[in-house]
Design a protein around this ligand. Structure first.
Ligand code: ADP
Length: 499
């Protein structure tokens, strides 16, 4: 087989962006970690070190939580008018827009995603999310409630306090926005732990937030590892809420740490094994393209990736031929080059894990249509890989692969495919491709997933809630739904007339 981009990465392009922020951001200041330790963040194109970053641990989390606590208890942030908070968030969004190229370069360098994708999709979405949540800040309020007795009853919607937020490496900036936007709109203060693979952009944008007028201590960023810094945050007695995005395995640990410490409420956005169902009445060429996008987008590193492509038996063979041709055309290489659709996987651990799943697919007798190996000889690139003849019980149809591996399964009728699509421990998203409105309605009601995309995939407007059924998580992020994660409801009751 020949892949269209045969060019092996000889000379990786170095982006012109400077790396200025590598320390922890606590109480509005960049500081070294208490231990003085640092860790390297690597360029996934080569495995070489981009920068050494201060490594936060328990003591740094303690410092950051104290700063956030003080900023919450003493203000000014939660006591400021909501309009003023909103203005700071909007000024921040403007600064991000001004620095959009540098931020996209840094995101691509640290993560390996195509620069065009970072620049034209993710950064604009980041700005949009902050506009959206800035708009909510002064529209959050309680109710007056009719009572049976002679009482005046009102609810106050108050910020929950110090929010702990732990984010992953696949969309470092977007995950920052999904979490920080609603938390700040509601008047909370934050300690955010970025992923150890991608610490750079969170520090950069947090610096911009302070330039926009965010008071010190409101947003603290601790870079570091999960079992140390992350676990210290999740189990901290003075953190009032924890929000996590990452693997289901780690999500269980977070929930346990929260329960064992102070019972802080937890929202979790976890793994998935999302079905993408192509019905017999679908336009095949469009379906091939969309199914390809649903799986291969972001190097396959999406929790909602359409990683089980169910195809109706009538169009199955034609679909496979076209899906294979499309994968062979996928351009892989230096993500800074304009024509490149696919960069490297994030790190050697993920790279090995994905190759392991490919081997498991081959060993379990799925048909390898194309790909199956590393791409080039440097960094963490993997050939776009397509398997057909995948059966429901194979590991590649059960586990989250988180890589550029498409698994195609055959189905006969709607009830059968709904049942099979639901036969997974996950329930994050699903895609349905059909021109029949009845089929679309039946499927969107039958599929047990937090999002059903009909004739589209990966549509992520700021207002659309996102989250999982089953072991894909707890709670919803984005949209108005996310505000509830960061609010307490207080009922205030008083007699209508003093006795
Ligand atoms: P992945 O396997 O994709 O890296 P993880 O769930 O391990 O996903 O990581 C997501 C985030 O969770 C990262 O910021 C990581 O550092 C953090 N993390 C990992 N393990 C723990 C842990 N035991 N406690 C708290 N946070 C953790």
């Amino acid at each position: 087989q020949k892949f269209s981009t045969a060019a092996v990465l000889e000379e990786p392009i170095t982006p012109p962006v400077q790396i200025n922020y590598t320390k922890l951001l606590i109480n509005g200041q960049f500081v070294d970690s208490a231990s003085g330790k640092t860790f390297p963040t690597l360029d996934p194109r080569t495995g070489e070190v981009i920068a050494h970053v201060a490594e936060g641990d328990k003591e740094d989390i303690n410092r950051a939580v104290s700063a956030a606590r003080k900023a919450f208890d003493e203000g000014p942030w939660p006591k400021m008018s909501a309009y003023e908070r909103s203005r700071i968030m909007l000024r921040f969004a403007d600064l991000v827009e001004k620095n959009i190229k540098e931020l996209a370069q840094l995101e691509t360098w640290d993560n390996g995603k195509p620069y065009q994708q970072a620049l034209t999709a993710e950064l604009p979405m980041f700005v949009r999310l902050f506009h959206y949540y800035a708009g909510w800040a002064d529209k959050i309020h309680g109710m007056t409630v009719p009572a049976d007795g002679p009482h005046h009853v009102q609810t106050l919607h108050e910020p929950i306090g110090v929010a702990g937020q732990i984010i992953p490496w696949n969309f470092p900036l977007l995950m920052f926005a999904w979490k920080v936007g609603p938390a700040l709109a509601c008047g909370n203060t934050i300690v955010l732990k970025s992923a150890e693979q991608t610490p750079l952009t969170a520090l950069y944008v947090a610096k911009l937030f302070h330039e926009a007028g965010l008071p010190e201590g409101v947003l603290n960023i601790v870079s570091g590892y999960g079992p140390t810094a992350g676990a210290a945050l999740a189990s901290h007695m003075d953190v009032d809420k924890i929000a996590f995005t990452g693997s289901t395995e780690t999500g269980k640990i977070i929930l346990e740490l929260a329960a064992k410490s102070n019972l802080k409420p937890v929202t979790l956005e976890l793994g998935g094994k999302s079905p993408f169902i192509i019905c017999e009445d679908a336009d095949i060429d469009r379906a091939v393209e969309l199914a390809h996008f649903a799986l291969f987008f972001n190097q396959g590193q999406c929790c909602c990736a359409g990683s089980r492509t169910f195809v109706h038996e009538k169009i199955h063979d034609e679909f496979i031929a076209k899906a294979k041709a499309r994968a062979l055309k996928r351009t892989v290489g230096d993500p800074f080059k304009k024509e490149i659709e696919q960069g490297p996987q994030i790190d050697s651990e993920q790279f090995q894990k994905v190759l392991g799943y490919i081997k498991s697919g081959i060993d379990s007798n799925a048909t390898l249509e194309c790909g199956g190996e590393r791409f080039g000889s440097k960094g963490y690139f993997i050939q776009p890989t397509v398997f057909s003849n995948v059966k429901d019980n194979m590991l590649i149809a059960q586990d989250e692969i988180f890589g550029p591996v498409q698994s195609i399964l055959k189905f006969k009728d709607i009830d059968e495919v709904i049942r099979r699509a639901n036969a997974t421990r996950y329930g994050l998203a699903a895609g349905v491709f059909t021109s029949n409105i009845d089929t679309a309605n039946t499927m969107s009601r039958g599929l047990r997933a937090g999002t059903v995309w009909v004739n589209c995939f990966d549509v992520f407007d700021a207002g659309i809630p996102f989250g999982g059924y089953k072991m894909s998580g707890i709670g919803r992020e984005k949209g108005a739904y996310s505000l509830n994660n960061y609010l307490q409801v207080k009922a205030v009751v008083s007699p209508l007339k003093n006795p």
